[in-house]
Structure formats: structure tokens, C-alpha cells
Design a protein around this ligand. Structure first.
Ligand code: NDP
Length: 251
């Protein structure tokens, strides 16, 4: 029998920087104990130290989410040391490859699906029976505006993020009766390292396309996630929430 989930324990993947680090900080600020997952051990330790100094309970776990065996060991270690999470934020993700569909190699395709989709499934498959045992679960998947629309030189990334939206809606339908909600957040351009690497034109060029005239911040995404996993988010289930400054509202 799985251990029941703890509503105030959150696992955040891709916590070492960018949006994931901001989500970890905001959830810690909101009283969650946070398990921080990523591959960069040093960045994780720095975040863990910062959160602990602020009085939060944070533990880092070095793990590649695409590595199913390693994920299994890491989740067992989280369960032993912290308990069973009632909240999961699947944020770890990689962008690219930024070329046309006919130029995308099988290796590039598999690598992107390995992180952006398989990594999510490894974690959810482990968590769902435990959340069911606790009668409580909040899952948030960080998709993208490219989970709802396409883009030139973006076929692989858009395919992974569309898959994630479909997966999210299916979990919502399948597990809602057990007190588990599952939602996707679909950000537009958020000012992180990923955006700097994306090089889809100059920053000025990108900014011109965004009605509000600026990029989003990691903290803004984090506050939406905090709402979804907080006390007032329980009736939002199966949604793909767009947060793009109006980018996708125009033709
Ligand atoms: P960053 O590149 O800044 O951060 C990505 C995070 O994912 C890092 O913490 C990285 O940690 C982690 N990560 C990458 N690969 C793995 C892996 N194999 N195993 C574990 N962790 C991994 O990106 P953002 O913060 O911008 O992006 C976060 C999420 O938001 C992604 O899913 C992205 O697709 C999505 N998104 C971002 C947008 C943007 O404009 N920035 C827009 C729409 C969606 P480490 O390297 O230490 O493993």
C-alpha cells in the first residue's frame, strides 16, 4: 500500500535555475517543503542554502529526469527522507533543435521527448497511486504556448509540448475523482536562459510581437503555479493556462 501524499510537500523538477527556481522559491515562501530536482548539483545546493537560510525546508536531489532508473532511485530517496509529495511541478524542459523538421535527427527527437515528456511520465506514474492513497494531489506541467500553436523550426519542441497538454488533460479526466488535479501552464516568452539561447531573432524583434511589450518573468509563472497548488486552485482541472502577454491572441 503506497504512503499517502503530503499536501505541503512539493517536488519541482528543473529547479536549478529559471522558472523552476522561481517556483521553488514561491512555494517555499507559501509554506511548502520543497524537493528540488535537476542535474546541476552546485546550482541546486546554492538554492537549497538560500531557501534554508530563509527558514524553508528544502532538499536538493541531483537527477536527470529522462533517466528512468535514476528517477526511481531519486523518488525513493525523497520518500524516505521527506515523505510522499502531494504536489508535483513538472518544469524541467529543454528547447531546440532549432531547425526545419526534415533536418531533425532521430537522436534530437528522442532527446527532447526524453526530457520534456518521458521525464514527466516517470514522475507522474510514480506519484499517482500515492496521491490516490492520500486522496490528494496537485500536478502542474509547464508546457508552452507552443503546446497549443506551432512555430517555424520548432516542430520537435512543439510536438513535446502539445503531447504534454494532451497528457495533462487525460490525467485530469482519469484522476480527478481521487482528489487529484492536473493542469498545464503555457507560457509565452519568459526571461530566462532558455529564451536567451532560443535566438528566434533579436530581443527587440520578439518584443514587438508581444502586446504588453515585455517578456514575462519567472516569478509571474511561479505565482500562477502557486495558485494552482494552493487552497483556491482545486476547481481548476485539465486546463492549459496561457500566460503570454497576449502574444497568441492576435492573427
Ligand atoms: P532553463 O533552461 O532556464 O531551465 C531549465 C531547467 O530544466 C533547468 O533547471 C535544468 O536544470 C532543467 N533540466 C533540463 N534538462 C533536465 C534533465 N534532463 N533532467 C533534470 N532537469 C533538467 O529554462 P526555463 O526556466 O526557461 O524553462 C522551464 C520550463 O518552462 C521548460 O519546460 C520550458 O520548456 C518551459 N517554457 C519556457 C519558456 C521561456 O520562454 N523561458 C516559454 C515556455 C515554456 P539542469 O541543467 O541543472 O538539469
Amino acid at each position: 500500500m503506497p504512503t499517502p501524499s503530503d499536501a505541503k510537500l512539493a517536488v519541482i523538477t528543473g529547479a536549478s535555475r529559471g522558472i523552476g527556481a522561481a517556483i521553488s522559491e514561491v512555494l517555499a515562501e507559501n509554506g511548502f517543503r520543497v524537493a528540488l530536482l535537476a542535474r546541476d548539483a552546485q546550482a541546486l545546493s546554492r538554492l537549497e542554502a538560500r531557501l534554508s537560510a530563509a527558514g524553508a525546508q528544502a532538499r536538493s536531489f541531483v537527477c536527470d529526469v529522462a533517466d528512468e532508473a535514476r528517477m526511481g532511485e531519486t523518488l525513493a530517496s525523497i520518500e524516505t527522507s521527506l515523505g510522499t509529495p502531494g504536489v508535483i511541478v513538472n518544469n524541467a524542459g529543454v528547447g531546440g533543435p532549432f531547425h526545419r523538421a526534415d533536418e531533425v535527427s532521430r537522436e534530437e527527437w528522442d532527446a527532447l521527448f526524453g526530457v520534456n515528456m518521458n521525464g514527466v511520465h516517470h514522475l507522474c506514474r510514480w506519484a499517482l497511486p500515492r496521491m490516490k492513497a492520500g486522496g490528494y494531489g496537485r500536478i502542474v506541467n509547464i508546457s508552452s504556448i507552443q503546446g497549443l500553436f506551432g512555430g517555424v523550426r520548432s516542430s520537435t519542441y512543439a510536438a513535446t509540448k502539445h503531447a504534454l497538454v494532451g497528457y495533462t488533460k487525460s490525467l485530469a479526466a482519469e484522476w480527478g475523482a481521487h482528489g487529484i488535479t492536473c493542469n498545464a501552464v503555457c507560457p509565452g516568452y519568459i526571461d530566462t536562459e532558455m529564451l536567451l539561447n532560443a535566438d528566434a531573432g533579436s530581443r527587440t524583434e520578439l518584443l514587438r510581437k508581444i502586446p504588453v511589450g515585455r517578456f514575462g518573468t519567472p516569478e509571474e509563472v511561479a505565482r500562477l503555479v502557486a495558485f494552482l497548488v494552493g487552497p483556491h486552485g482545486g476547481y481548476v482541472n485539465g486546463s492549459a493556462l496561457v500566460m503570454d502577454g497576449g502574444l497568441s491572441s492576435q492573427v
